[in-house]
Write a protein that binds this ligand. Sequence first.
Ligand SMILES: [Mn+2]
Length: 587
Amino acid sequence: MEPVWKYPASLDRRPDIELLIQQEANLEPLIWHLLLLRGISTRAGAEAFLKPSLLGLHDPFLMADMDRAVRRLDLAFSSAEKVLVYGDYDVDGTTAVAMVYGFLSARGLNCSFYIPDRFKEGYGFSMAGVEYAAEQDYTLIITLDCGIKDGLRIERCRELGIDVIVCDHHKPSALPPAFAVLDPIRSDCSYPDKGLSGCGVGFKLLQGWCRYTGHSEDDLMSYLDLLSISIGADIVPVVGENRILAREGLEVLNRTKRPGIRRMLELAGFNKSRLTISDVVFTLAPRINAAGRIMSGRNAVRLLLSEDPTEVEDLSRLIEGNNVTRKSLDKGITESAIRMVGEDAFYTHSFSTVVRGTEWNKGVVGIVASRLVETFYKPSVVLVDNGEVLAGSARSIPGIDLYELLGKCQDLLIQYGGHTMAAGLSLRAENFLAFRERFDKLTAAALSYERPVPELAIDLEVEFGDLTDRMFRQLMYFEPFGPANMKPVFLARHCTDAGGSRLVGNPAEHLKLRLRQQASGRILDGIAFFSREWAPTVLSGKPVDIVFTIEPNEYNGRTTMQLVVEALREHVPGEQVNSRSEGLAAG
Ligand SMILES: [Mn+2]
């Protein structure tokens, strides 16, 4: 769906900003304006944002139950217990297991790991996992990225004499009867950062153990590459502690010695000299995910930790193959779901998209739900029909809290769990129509019966003259980007082809741009992906307005600024409002 351009709110002239710009001559004025838009208006605030440091991490013992968890873990060390590290099969779960199992086994703990089978056991802490632990005489289980909603299984562990430390970041309903429950969003937890990933909660446990036992935290920091992958993949806010961890983690990742990660990138054809968080999201995360979705999350954990060249080669090829399979399933199921929506009048007037299919692969329904949201801009639920039971995933749009909505359908569901924007659920097949109906009514009510349109929110209007190379270098310190720290979105008006704009790619579907802006005369390079339809306008020489982000472009070992154009239209004459230039001119 074509988004509506949403112009920035007026930047009232701020005398403090003018003063700061004068004092901090090192920063380009445009950078100050972007900081101000993020609520940062002091030198110290700017320093903390642009140069986040590990010293800014919170004390792990601020987390409820951390004390109990760390003592229990240390007891397992001193009494040589068998410990099972249990995590989900998605990216957050498998990176968490690789980190916690990798770190603890290297410190000499007698431990192994367990990843449930997506098809046989499903999501979360499984009864099969509990039985396995009991048979193999494990006396302590650490659950990662799951456990908070698994009270029944944890109760069973109690009966079997197995203690459980839960490390989770999902919303609890009632706390499970575990030995310790680490979850920053449990209501009685005063931990200051609520946005940690599941892997991040595991990291805090290890950090707490290091502090408790006096171990150096340096070794632990070499696992931050895995944590940065979880942060990118799990769509958690990249502010506060997550931003520090993601930034450090990307540094570790870029120097990574893990042969599995190196080989995965090579097979993916990745050839840039540095990975950014987007590369993590679009290259590494889908492959790690594909392992668990198509075959087994265990393979991902083994590949992340392996030092054996033969094993690395075999597993990375296997996972690359899983990813190819995942892509084709994703495409096929999306097409069949879209066809289904087109054939059923219910969806013409609905506020949501709830679909079911028999031949669909459960491993990719989350991705398909995201595609349906992109296509119809409605909250979407995609369910796989297993006869009596339907199970699947849901994805939302801004303003609709999925977890809350599913809670109001509880009596129709067998199980549900997740977050505001993404959730998983299962229900009896006979409840499908009732659920589709109620979910839609609840969505409609939450939207006040108005159909939302996607918005393209613009942060700032700029002149090409503002976009200096120095500004570009400083803007790179805003990385890593992600939810709550999005790439700044700019508007520039009255740009024309400077000669050299053309369609590129094979097939030629991307529009490479070379634009000059009337005001400054400065020429900048840009790219508009999958935007063949804009070529005639640009090539005709007509002036255009563009909405874009700025990204580094690596070519022949040189990194230059590139505009990534998200939207383009023929220039609309009119006064410039709310621009950076206006704010400055007033000074
Ligand atoms: Mn997670």
